[in-house]
Design a protein around this ligand. Structure first.
Ligand code: ZN
Length: 167
């Protein structure tokens, strides 16, 4: 998969939510309740020790916003986070300055999550993403996983059961 990290993160933030990704939190974060991450409510910040008073606000996807992703603003840290902030750092990155944004709450790295999403997108949606990012070189679709995609679309599988199969 040749997509750049920034492209991968855009796709991840578009298709996932805090609530969805937090289902896959590592055991260190088991006390976080994914169901409480409801858009446009105040929430406990998952990125720092926050247990008493909810220190963050989760903003839902806004259609007028080009990126259309959830955002979490932590008042205590004065920081803005995205769903991808929950992931573990990517491997083999040349530019180490990007690593700080990955907080390792989910034990999956961006390439893994991106691949699981991308390999199961309909061609029309892939075309849309390629058109918005014409300079990107993206790998060929992996045909042997076509059956998995069908099961995913029919709701027989979730994304991360597919992930496990691909890895
Ligand atoms: Zn925080």
């Amino acid at each position: 998969m040749n997509a750049s990290l920034s492209f991968q993160l855009s796709v991840i933030d578009f298709y996932t939510t805090f609530q969805y990704l937090l289902q896959y939190r590592s055991s260190d974060y088991i006390e976080l309740n994914p169901d409480s991450y409801i858009p446009d409510t105040t929430v406990f910040c998952p990125f720092h020790e926050n247990k008493e008073t909810k220190a963050a606000k989760l903003y839902g996807k806004n259609k007028e916003d080009q990126n259309q992703s959830e955002k979490l603003y932590c008042f205590a840290e004065n920081r803005l986070y995205f769903p991808h902030s929950l992931l573990s750092p990517p491997k083999n990155v040349v530019d180490k300055s990007v690593l700080f944004q990955f907080k390792s709450i989910i034990p999956y790295d961006p390439n893994w999550v991106f691949s699981a999403i991308w390999n199961h997108l309909p061609d029309t949606e892939k075309d849309y993403w390629k058109q918005t990012n014409p300079s990107l070189s993206i790998g060929e679709p992996v045909k042997k996983y076509g059956g998995l995609y069908r099961e995913y679309k029919e709701g027989k599988r979730d994304l991360f059961s597919i992930l496990k199969e691909l890895s």
